[in-house]
Ligand binder design. Structure first.
Ligand SMILES: [Zn+2]
Length: 227
């Protein structure tokens, strides 16, 4: 059997991977598509193999901010891995790709039978929780340029290559910042030679420079993506 390139699945015993994939369907993740919107039951779990799913919190005045992102290191829908849950946020495709999708109800049944799967999901969920705690401090206390650098690194960790398609409106919505603030922050990163940004396409030119520009939160929440 081909091992999936989802690192959460890849750390499991072969029998657990087979049990998950037996009930899973391969699905495309299309850029901009919403998987769930606020109030929806979390029916599906997505083990991402390529691309990025963002969980975005929206306020009644239309502003929004990203709570966390999921790439090939993890799974969207982890909130419903233990008990049935509704979402308070929007899950949207930030970078197109593919995932293994299976029903969260099925996943819950599997976790009752398979302790290694249950532990892996619990560990991952704890990591997401730690990230959310760090993000709360980050949003309140860290400067926009350093937050943008951190966010770009986290996207870069989850995609192939050095080119990321992102509009300024989108980055502002993810960071909970004004577009002008994101523009200034992107220009500063560009002046440092870390990135080049033009017409919705961002090139990572100097990864160490981007890391130096990022706030400490990047290092605190970074997870190894290699299997
Ligand atoms: Zn920070």
């Amino acid at each position: 059997m081909t091992r999936p390139t989802n690192f959460l699945l890849a750390q499991l015993p072969e029998a657990d991977v087979e049990a998950v994939l037996r009930h899973a369907t391969r699905v495309q993740l299309r850029l901009g598509e919403d998987l769930v919107t606020p109030g929806d039951p979390i029916v599906w779990a997505y083990f991402v193999t390529e691309g990025v799913i963002s969980t975005v919190n929206e306020l009644s005045d239309g502003r929004s901010v990203e709570a966390f992102m999921v790439g090939p290191e993890g799974m969207a829908g982890i909130e419903a891995a233990t008990i049935p849950m509704q979402t308070a946020s929007r899950q949207t495709i930030q970078v197109k790709g593919e995932a293994w999708r299976l029903e969260t109800a099925r996943l819950r049944t599997l976790t009752l039978e398979r302790p290694a799967l249950r532990e892996a999901l619990a560990r991952y969920h704890a990591g997401v929780q730690r990230e959310l705690e760090q993000t709360a401090a980050c949003h309140a206390l860290h400067h926009a340029e350093r937050r943008l650098a951190k966010w770009l690194l986290r996207v870069h960790d989850r995609v192939e290559g050095e080119v990321i398609k992102l509009t300024q409106e989108y980055m502002a919505a993810m960071l909970g910042s004004q577009r002008t603030t994101v523009n200034e922050a992107a220009q500063q990163l560009q002046a440092q030679g870390a990135v080049r940004y033009s017409r919705g396409v961002l090139h990572v030119l100097d990864r160490p420079a981007l890391e130096a520009a990022a706030c400490e939160c990047y290092r605190k929440v970074v997870e190894p993506l290699a299997a």
